[in-house]
Design a protein around this ligand. Structure first.
Ligand SMILES: [Zn+2]
Length: 152
């Protein structure tokens, strides 16, 4: 279950970062004030930087976004259909000046627990529009750049 505590600082994320096959060992992860405490049974507990987990969170979504196909809507240039050919799933992403909105569970969880979100579908649209990060999109939106026109 996704909670505020394990959305970013999860045992599975720790396993991926450390290169450990998750499921083979019960990794215990605790978010502390400034760091993350990680214990892999059989090893000494260690502290890991929150920044490492945050970067992993973003990079994982950016990597997954590369496999998605983005189609901009003709009648509404702020709307995009993002399709995962492998899974056969489709999500609609809406661009607004304050960011990108998606219907998926990951996006909803991020908004609920972090107050804002950027899922792999959003990153796929950002790529499609020529942005390599959410902040570069937000800066362009703040400067009044017509976002939909960038894709053309
Ligand atoms: Zn999404």
């Amino acid at each position: 279950m996704i909670t505020r505590e394990n959305l970013i600082y999860s045992a599975s994320a720790a396993a991926r970062i450390l290169g450990i096959i998750y499921g083979h060992s019960r990794i215990v992860v605790r978010e502390w004030f400034a760091v993350v405490w990680v214990w892999v049974p059989g090893h000494r507990p260690r502290f890991m930087s929150k920044a490492v987990f945050k970067r992993h969170f973003v990079e994982r979504r950016k990597a997954a976004a590369r496999a998605l196909r983005v189609t901009q809507h003709i009648m509404d240039s702020t709307s995009f259909t993002v399709r995962n050919e492998e899974k056969g799933s489709t999500y609609i992403v809406q661009t607004v000046p304050a960011g990108l909105i998606c219907q998926c569970e990951d996006y909803r969880n991020q908004v609920q627990f972090l107050g804002h979100g950027c899922c792999k579908h959003n990153y796929a649209v950002l790529n499609h529009l020529g942005f390599n990060s959410l902040s570069s999109y937000l800066n362009a939106a703040k400067a009044g750049t017509p976002i939909g026109a960038l894709a053309a």
